[in-house]
Design a binder for this molecule. Structure first.
Ligand code: SF4
Length: 294
């Protein structure tokens, strides 16, 4: 499973991040449950999707203006299509394992909505199949390991501890000025880690990728009022058709929380005041609004 931590990740979590989080702490005003007070309190009556708040693909935030003020439809490209497909493969393979359906990949593939990902091809199919199989096999191994360690545990108990993941859990972000229907990629409810998946054919890490997990941690804190201190961005790429998983585990510290709030306020202002922030000097060539802006 892409959300299982490896040996090094576990050492980093136990010996570095958790002690750091306990020692440094987070001010109450920067916890999601302080949503009714500044600085977390939303300044405008606007509902933003998480991907627009947390994304820095567009350096000026014009993507928020185009989508929410002008109603411009984004143009799907290969990278976005692959990301959508792989997210679906992870969650559906996990669900099939959880519900003991043993759904074959080929059956799942026939159900992928072609109208949502029109560029589906054989290469994409191979990448999705590699992830589908990896999720299924690794969950099964973990389940068997737990079963051997706790022979008197019930099946439900083993499932809940071997794969303690809420995948695409539906939660509202309205207390923070976000959409009412958010789906964080994964929340490990035993270790309290929020995961966000990035799919690339080559691994590229950016500091702002951490904003997604930070935003979702704030949302979960606003709803469940329990602290979430650790985030993890999971990078999936492939080497000769074999999935390669790299994880960036981090403490969701005050700087990240402030950065996320700044981004939210900036983009909310663009939308609430219908302000076109203009184009930056350089736009990423794969931007889904490239055709509209150039
Ligand atoms: S094309 Fe440039 S200005 Fe337009 S949304 Fe994309 S990054 Fe922003």
């Amino acid at each position: 499973m892409v959300y299982f931590l490896n040996e090094v990740d576990r050492k980093v979590l136990l010996n570095k991040l958790l002690p750091l989080a306990r020692e440094v702490g987070i001010s109450a005003e920067l916890r999601g449950w302080s949503w009714s007070q500044e600085p977390i309190k939303p300044l405008y009556d606007v509902r933003m999707p998480m991907y627009l708040v947390s994304s820095k693909y567009c350096p000026t935030g014009r993507d928020s203006y185009l989508q929410l003020v002008k109603g411009v439809k984004p143009k799907m490209n290969y990278k976005i299509g692959l990301g959508k497909l792989i997210h679906g493969a992870i969650s559906d393979s996990f669900l099939s394992f959880l519900e003991r359906k043993e759904l074959p990949f080929e059956v799942w593939w026939t159900k992928v909505r072609r109208e949502e990902i029109p560029m589906l091809d054989e290469k994409m199919k191979g990448l999705a199949e590699s992830i589908w199989n990896y999720v299924h096999i690794s969950c099964k191994v973990e389940y068997e390991n737990h079963r051997m360690q706790q022979p008197y545990a019930t099946d439900r108990d083993i499932m809940a501890t071997a794969v303690p993941f809420l995948i695409e859990h539906k939660v509202t972000g309205e207390l923070l000025g976000l959409s009412g229907l958010l789906s964080p990629d994964c929340y490990d409810y035993l270790r309290k880690i929020i995961f966000d998946v990035k799919v690339h054919e080559s691994s590229e890490m950016e500091a702002w990728h951490r904003l997604y997990a930070t935003g979702y941690a704030l949302v979960l804190e606003s709803i469940y009022e329990t602290p979430i201190d650790v985030g993890c961005t999971v990078y999936i790429s492939w080497r000769a058709k074999t999935p390669h998983i790299k994880r960036d585990l981090f403490f969701i510290n005050e700087d990240l929380r402030r950065w996320w709030i700044e981004e939210r306020d900036l983009k909310m202002e663009i939308v609430a005041q219908k302000k076109d922030p203009g184009t930056p000097n350089i736009c990423p060539g794969e931007c889904i609004y490239w055709d509209y802006c150039h």
